[in-house]
Design a binder for this molecule. Structure first.
Ligand code: KIV
Length: 280
């Protein structure tokens, strides 16, 4: 039975969240016993090859979330709401989140934005939609946030981020992602909230952490400051692909052991029927 948000709470150990976008990856994440799998709109960058997350559609998020939800047996599955599927009105947010949960069968959704989204989050939660907030650096606002990723570095900005977190919790968010902000601010926010804070580039003082699948497995290794490569999967895959290409081109793969046998009399009969073959 996949986890619901009721079990996604603060405990003695930090919560572990990873993004995944398809069935085999989600199976592995589930087997690794992560607490939650976020089907992030980062799929736009790490899978679809866009420079940002803006082009990802709700239909695409539903497509990816379906695969992950089918794979997860224990982990909480959270579907990310893509750019402009919720920002313009509460009604739109309800329809989009409803589609994600009904069609893709995730147990919760995530959206970006703090205080300005609080009213919408309240309504969603009232309708039975568990919502994870996301503040600090919010990638869907890439064109309004300016060049630096880190948020909340000066006093005014830090106060705003704290207020964002408090407003989301008051609205009923079950957790809040804190992305790329000073670790002291993230620790302070974590101390003020009761719901878990899930950090990415926000230091060790959060209630849990989230990393993007392709970053933590180095597919490829981008050397991101906020991430860490826990395995060199990209290099291993490239070595495997090169070995495969080499074996095909030098004729060492496949051998007849990779195929199936045919009875001698059938092979001989067939060869006799084919004009020009040695048996004909
Ligand atoms: O889309 C995503 O993967 C995210 C995480 C980085 C929090 O929003």
């Amino acid at each position: 039975m996949p986890m619901t948000v009721r079990r996604f709470v603060r405990g003695p150990k930090p919560l572990c969240v990873v993004t995944a976008y398809d069935y085999p990856s989600a199976r592995l994440a589930d087997q690794a016993a992560v607490d939650a799998i976020l089907v992030g709109d980062s799929v736009g960058q790490v899978v679809q090859g866009y420079p940002d997350t803006l082009s990802v559609t709700l239909d695409e998020m539903i497509y990816h979330t379906k695969m992950v939800a089918r794979a997860a047996q224990d982990a909480l599955v959270i579907g990310d709401m893509p750019f402009m599927s919720y920002q313009d009105s509460t009604e739109h947010a309800l329809v989009s989140a409803g589609r994600l949960m009904k069609e893709a069968r995730c147990a919760a959704v995530k959206l970006e934005g703090g205080s300005r989204m609080a009213e919408t989050v309240l309504k969603m939660v009232e309708c039975g939609i568990p919502v994870m907030g996301h503040i600090g650096y919010t990638p869907q606002s890439v064109h309004t946030l300016g060049s630096g990723r880190a948020q909340g570095r000066d006093l005014e900005a830090a106060r705003r981020v704290l207020t964002d977190a408090l407003d989301l919790e008051a609205a009923g968010a079950f957790a809040v992602v804190l992305e790329v902000m000073p670790h002291r601010l993230a620790s302070l926010i974590t101390a003020q909230l009761h719901v878990p804070t899930i950090g990415i580039g926000a230091g060790p003082g959060c209630s849990g952490q989230v990393l993007v699948w392709h970053d933590l497995l180095a597919m490829p290794d981008l050397g991101l400051r906020h991430s860490h490569a826990f395995a060199q999967v990209g290099e291993a895959a490239l070595a495997g692909l090169r070995a495969y290409r080499q074996a095909v081109t030098d004729g060492s793969f496949p051998t007849i052991a990779h195929s199936v046998e045919m009875a001698d009399e059938i092979a001989v009969q067939l060869e006799q029927e084919i004009p020009g073959s040695p048996q004909a």
